[in-house]
Design a protein around this ligand. Sequence first.
Ligand code: NAD
Length: 279
Amino acid sequence: MTTTTVPTLTLNDGQIIPQLGFGVFKVNPEQTERIVSDALEVGYRHIDTAAIYGNEVGVGNAIAKSGIPRDELFITTKLWNSDQGTQSAIDAMDLSLEKLQLESVNLYLIHWPRADLDRYVDSWTTMEQLKVDGKTTSIGVSNFHLSHLERLAAETGTVPAVDQLELHPALAQKQLRAYGAEHGIAIEAWGPLGQGKYPLFEMAPVADAAAAHGVSPAQVVVRWHLHHGLIVFPKSNSRERMAQNYDVFGFELSADELAAIDTLDQGMRVGADPDEARF
Ligand code: NAD
């Protein structure tokens, strides 16, 4: 394990979140316990999973076997679209907690707005109650556009602690970041490395900064997220890469390097547009 100290942010409800974590999207359920155990040994203390990933049991086993005190871990899971509602959301939360072998998570998110179903406001009201009931410390949303955030603000009593968005240099989400900064919503970046779906690591601003600092392009991109105040949890099945992605505090990107990476923004998604998602 490294001795890296990961910076933290304070969410709008006072909870402290490690800015760098480990995501487990598409981590095979059979391998999840081993992979999350590796991540915890590397030093990660923040794990991002979701009911739909089908691997909460593996995450829970790794946590249980790690012996790490619960209060040193930050665990996020998410309410899947078909469970949006009132009783269905309560049941989904209970099932996630059972699989994770936890009494509560640190953060529970509405995974996608699915505005066509028109249940995300009811779901949010349910999440507020789940927080009161102590099943989650913080509540937030994912893939919410401005219109969805504005509707929650108009119709409910609480502001989400986070909005977890597809966010990487080619999709920098400047408008939602500005809204989050104005309203106290922390922004989490999913697909922070572009999910390997475009040649981000070969793009000159990233490759040049990597060469200048003697680090990998992935390390440069993780650092870019952290410099911008984003919460980030890159995923890798390989222990070597998860260690590399965690070892990002030995260098600083200059203002010029950050600005050069910022020029890569072209509003390019690698995943679904939340307004069109129908899964
Ligand atoms: P990512 O951008 O983290 O990319 C993962 C890919 O990058 C993998 O193919 C991996 O092999 C590669 N990679 C990782 N480290 C590398 C390194 N050092 N060098 C070279 N390649 C490397 O994509 P992601 O997993 O989709 O996103 C991170 C997390 O975000 C997920 O695991 C999940 O927790 C979350 N997520 C949330 C949503 C949502 O809708 N809320 C959607 C997708 C992902």
